[in-house]
Design a protein around this ligand. Structure first.
Ligand code: PRP
Ligand code: URA
Length: 222
């Protein structure tokens, strides 16, 4: 049997994007896309993918050596060097947060509340609660959908301009080329990890083939 180590791969036209080429993630994403998948399974699968993605995304996190005393003897171990802050964009970002928290329960969670105006497609902010010293450590911006990119770009601007965050990555489930390009133009240093780069947006700003409205499918508000 040949075992291939599958890693996130870079899409050549998009230097700011890494897409996960992983069979388990692909399988779960296909179940999520299915319009017949109910909110309970949708939430479970979304959190499972988030955990799998985070495991890979965190492989370059810095560690520090620490002394540790086992039941037998003293030795040296490693702790993560910096405290991570997760920033889900309300509502749908909440649907991936538990999956990441299962991997790193010590992470802090700040929230940015935005909804997309149906006519203009522009993000409308309604809530923001972030740790004051969030810039001291890495930040993971979380939203399953990167469509026009308006919401993610707005949230990233809050983090960089108001909170002076320097180390930001984004986790999303499905990205559109339009959203990735907007992020490249406005936040070129922010690396985006996605389970899929989909084809395009439709006339209503929904991702094709996408999965519909993520917030509605997570919370059963269809
Ligand atoms: C969805 C999604 C993103 C945004 C993406 O949220 O969760 O935040 O749309 O679209 P964009 O890239 O074009 O900005 P929505 O506005 O539907 O709010 P909700 O999460 O409360 O449902
Ligand atoms: N928001 C969603 O939830 N889905 C899309 O396809 C686009 C924006």
């Amino acid at each position: 049997m040949i075992i291939t180590l599958t890693m996130p791969i870079q899409i050549s036209n998009h230097p700011n994007l890494r897409v996960f080429e992983h069979p388990v993630i692909k399988d779960k994403l296909t179940r999520i896309r299915n319009a017949k998948t109910p909110p309970s399974a949708f939430r479970r699968l979304l959190n499972e993918i988030a955990g799998l993605m985070f495991f890979q995304m965190s492989r370059n996190f810095q560690t520090v050596e620490v002394p540790v005393e086992t039941p037998i003897e003293k030795t040296t171990g490693f702790n993560l060097a910096h405290q991570l802050t997760l920033v889900p964009i309300l509502r749908a970002g909440v649907g991936m947060t538990d999956g990441v928290m299962a991997m790193i329960p010590e992470a802090r969670v700040g929230h940015i509340g935005l909804y997309r105006d149906e006519k203009t497609k522009q993000p409308v902010p309604y809530y923001c609660k972030l740790p004051k010293d969030i810039a001291k450590g890495p930040v993971l911006l979380i939203d399953p959908m990167l469509a026009t990119g308006g919401s993610a770009a707005f949230a990233a601007t809050v983090l960089t301009d108001e909170y002076k965050c320097k180390e930001i990555q984004m986790m999303c489930l499905v990205a559109s080329p339009e959203g990735v390009e907007k992020m490249q133009a406005e936040h070129p240093n922010l690396l985006i990890y996605a389970a899929s780069l989909d084809r395009c947006l439709n006339e209503n700003g929904y991702i094709l083939p996408g999965l519909g409205d993520a917030g509605d499918r997570i919370f059963g508000t269809i």
